[in-house]
Every structure is written in C-alpha cells, then in structure tokens.
Design a protein around this ligand. Structure first.
Ligand code: DO4
Ligand code: MG
Length: 300
C-alpha cells in the first residue's frame, strides 16, 4: 500500500492510497500527518486506517501515470545520513583530497565509527516533489544528485513508510572544507522527495530495495547507476535512534539514509538535465534541473 498526493484540475491537492493492484482511492485526509494522528487516536497501524477508509469506496477510474503527482508529504524537516555506503566514502575521500584515488581521511573514521553522520538537510519550503525542478547552486561547478532511500518517521522515530529522496550535493564546496557541509547540501530546491510513501507494514524487507538513478541530457542517457540497499553499512533503526536521541522529531519527518550511487568524478549536472530515481515498490522520482532564478524568494 502506498500513499500519494496529486493535484486536481481545480488546483486542489488530494491525498490518496494506491493498493497493490495500483488502484487509487481518494482519502478523507489532506495530509499524511493526519493519517498518523488518526492511527494514534485509534491505537492501530497506519495501514489499518487506510484499509478501513478504502473498504467502502470505489477506486478512481484513472491510471497512476495520468495523475499530476505532488510531494507525498509536507515534511517539516528532512534529515540525512552520510557516508553510510562504501561508494559514498570513496567519493568523499576523493573530493576531500583534491582528487586522490584510494585516499584515507576522516570520512573513513565516520564510516567505521559507532555514531553515524546525521545532518540537517531541508525544510518544507526548500523541498520539492516529483515533476518540479531541482535548482543548481550558482557558486558551485560540481553538482550531483544523491539518490537515497528515505524513511518517513513518526515522532518517536518509528519507521512508518519508505520514500525516495534526492540529496542534491555540491562536491566542490563539500570537498573544500567539511565545515561547509550545510552550504554544500542546503539551498532552495536542493531536496526532492516522492513520488509515494510505501507503508512500512507492507514491506517485507527494506534491505531488499534496489535504487537506480538515470540522468538524461538532450534526450540521451548520460549516466545510469544502480545499487542495493543491502550494501548499507548500518541498520535503519541505528540511524533513526541517533536522529531521535534528545531531539524533537515532528510526525512525518523524513530521514534520508545516504547515497550508494555516485556519478563518475568528471560528471556535473547541467541545466535542463532530467534526473530519474527509481526504487521498485515505491516508484520513480523524476525532476528536471534548473539554474537558480530568484535568490530572494519570500516564504510566508
Ligand atoms: O559527508 C557528507 C555527506 C555524505 C552524504 O550525503 C551521503 O553519503 O549520502
Ligand atoms: Mg547524501
């Protein structure tokens, strides 16, 4: 069972459930957080709330591909884990040493340490959903998508669902100095999530998810990489435990779990590229790439 949000012609955003046959049912909630609250109120699992809501209604007469999908959750905060895969460790070492292969740095230390790297990634205002463009930073010449499995959490850190995330990153800024990490990671439209939340109760084994990232330029595929979540160095619960420790966690917080796919070192994203990140069982997160347009958006 998956949860999506889609936009109707009249601009209304609708929360909906998608069952295992891809049948779609509108839900009587505006936001996923309301489903979490309802599950708490009833003292039951989220999937039970959804099953009881759709039991008495008919599915829509539309296909999932025809819907204008939005971000499935307006997450107040998105956090991210770093250097959780060997591939990320190698890439971080390369950029931190000015391009040395097989270098060893503090990234080896965090890869092996008991405490994982967890950092603040995004807020609702900076996070986009499927179909919207990620933006390129104007002061970086080396930018990549980081395709990651995202965990949708309840306020106690329980994993309620799985989504796809793109932790857009500037390798040159990050490599210049680790203290620049927030600038290498956080800017307008630097985080994308979606297109669906797969409810955790309907996933047998999340370590069996496979991630594929494809990047298209002028209609041609210029990069494709795949990796299984089973290569994750840590357990998912280990990451959530560190996030919630002595912290405030809003219901519906998203925790990205780190990248296992890095394009070649000479690759940088360009305006008009198209990024597609697929995790079978969740969906395909598609975003175009644009240069920053207005730097000073006022958010109400
Ligand atoms: O250490 C910097 C961040 C690494 C990261 O975002 C990742 O491994 O996915
Ligand atoms: Mg990352």
């Amino acid at each position: 069972m998956k949860i999506i949000r889609y936009q109707k012609e009249d601009n209304l955003a609708i929360l909906a459930a998608v069952d295992h046959k891809e049948l779609i049912y509108d839900l009587p909630f505006d936001h996923f957080e309301e489903v979490l609250n309802e599950a708490k109120r009833r003292g039951c699992k989220v999937v039970k709330v959804i099953e009881s809501e759709i039991a008495t209604i008919s599915p829509l007469d539309v296909k999932l591909e025809s819907l204008h999908l939005l971000d499935p959750i307006k997450a107040k905060e998105v956090w991210a884990s770093g250097v959780t895969y060997e591939r990320s460790k190698e890439a971080r070492n390369y950029e931190a040493t000015g391009g040395k292969l097989d270098a060893t740095t503090f990234y080896d230390k965090v890869y092996d340490a008991k405490r994982p790297e967890i950092f603040f990634k995004s807020t609702d205002a900076r996070t986009i959903g499927p179909g919207e463009p990620v933006f390129l930073r104007s002061d970086s010449n080396w930018q990549i998508p980081e395709p990651e499995l995202g965990l949708v959490l309840d306020s106690d850190g329980e994993i309620i669902g799985y989504t796809i995330g793109n932790d857009m990153s500037c390798r040159d800024i990050e490599g210049e100095n680790p203290l620049y990490l927030p600038q290498a990671k956080i800017w307008k439209n630097s985080c994308s999530i979606g297109p669906a939340i797969r409810l955790a109760e309907t996933v047998e084994d999340p370590y069996r998810f496979e991630i594929t990232c494809s990047i298209y330029r002028n209609g041609e595929k210029v990069f494709e990489g795949s990796a299984p979540v089973s290569q994750l160095k840590r357990k998912l619960d280990e990451l959530t435990e560190y996030l919630v420790r002595d912290n405030i966690v809003f219901p519906g917080t998203v925790l990205l779990t780190g990248t296992c796919i890095v394009p070649p070192n000479d690759f940088t994203l360009q305006e008009e590229d198209q990024i597609e990140i697929e995790i079978p069982g969740i969906g395909v997160l598609k975003n175009g790439v644009k240069n920053q347009v207005d730097q000073n958006t006022v958010v109400q």
